[in-house]
Design a protein. Structure first.
Length: 227
C-alpha cells in the first residue's frame, strides 16, 4: 500500500540519515539542504532536495556510490538526462523504500570547483544523455506530481502535468475524466510501456484514490481544460 505517513518529524529523520550516509561515504564531502526544506516553505508533500559537494577527483566515485548503496534504503535511482554526461555535476533522483513517494530525494552532486555554480552545465549539450530516462518513467513522475498539485489545491497545474505526461508516452489525456481516473489511467499506461514501473505505478494510483476522491466536480473538470 502507498505510504501516507507524511509527518514532518519523520522526513526530518530521513534527511538526517541521508546526510550522514553521504558524508560518511566520501570523507571530507559536505551536504546541504536545498529548495523548500532549506527555505522553511515545505509542506507535507515536498520532496527532499540535497546538494552533495565532493572534491573534483571524487565525483565519479561519489556518483557510483550514490547509485549502488551509499544511502541506505534506496530502492531506485534515476539520472537526470540533462546532466548525465557532465564531468563536474550530476543530478540523481532517489526513491527510498521506507519513505512516501512524495519524498523523492533530488541529489545534486557537485565537484567542489563548481559548488557555487547553480546552473553549471545546464546549457551544455555535451552533458546530456536522452537515453538515461525512459518516456514512461518521466510520464509517471508527472502522474505523481499531478497528485501532489491536486492535493495542494492547484488543480489547473495538475491538469497541465497530466496533459504533458500523456504526451510523453504518445497519448492524449482522455476528455471528461476525474482526477483519480486520469492519474490512474496514466499510471497504468506507464507500467504497460515499462514493466519496471509496475510497483510505483500501483502506488501512484493508490495515492490518487486516497487523496483525490473528495475533489469537487469543478476541480474534476480542471484536467480536461488545462494545456
Amino acid at each position: 500500500m502507498a505510504d501516507l505517513d507524511l509527518r514532518p518529524e519523520r522526513r526530518n529523520g530521513l534527511v538526517a540519515r541521508l546526510r550522514a550516509d553521504l558524508e560518511a561515504a566520501v570523507p571530507g564531502s559536505t551536504t546541504s539542504l536545498r529548495g523548500s526544506l532549506a527555505t522553511g516553505s515545505a509542506d507535507a508533500y515536498s520532496d527532499i532536495d540535497l546538494c552533495w559537494v565532493v572534491e573534483d577527483a571524487e565525483l565519479a566515485r561519489a556518483v557510483s556510490l550514490a547509485q549502488s548503496g551509499a544511502v541506505s534504503g534506496v530502492s531506485t535511482v534515476r539520472v537526470d538526462p540533462d546532466l548525465a554526461r557532465s564531468e563536474r555535476r550530476r543530478l540523481l533522483f532517489l526513491r527510498l523504500a521506507d519513505a512516501p513517494l512524495f519524498w523523492r530525494v533530488d541529489l545534486d552532486i557537485r565537484s567542489r570547483s563548481v559548488a557555487t555554480s547553480e546552473h553549471h552545465d545546464e546549457d551544455n549539450l555535451a552533458a546530456r544523455d536522452a537515453t538515461s530516462w525512459s518516456p514512461a518513467a518521466s510520464a509517471l513522475e508527472n502522474a505523481l506530481a499531478a497528485v501532489r498539485s491536486h492535493a495542494r489545491g492547484r488543480h489547473e497545474e495538475a491538469g497541465g502535468l497530466l496533459v504533458r505526461g500523456f504526451e510523453r508516452i504518445g497519448r492524449e489525456l482522455p476528455p471528461g475524466g476525474t482526477p483519480v481516473g486520469s492519474v490512474t489511467d496514466l499510471a497504468h499506461v506507464c507500467a504497460d510501456q515499462d514493466p519496471g514501473l509496475t510497483v510505483m505505478a500501483a502506488e501512484v494510483a493508490q495515492l490518487a484514490e486516497a487523496l483525490l476522491q473528495q475533489l469537487s466536480p469543478l476541480a474534476d473538470q480542471a484536467d480536461g481544460r488545462t494545456a
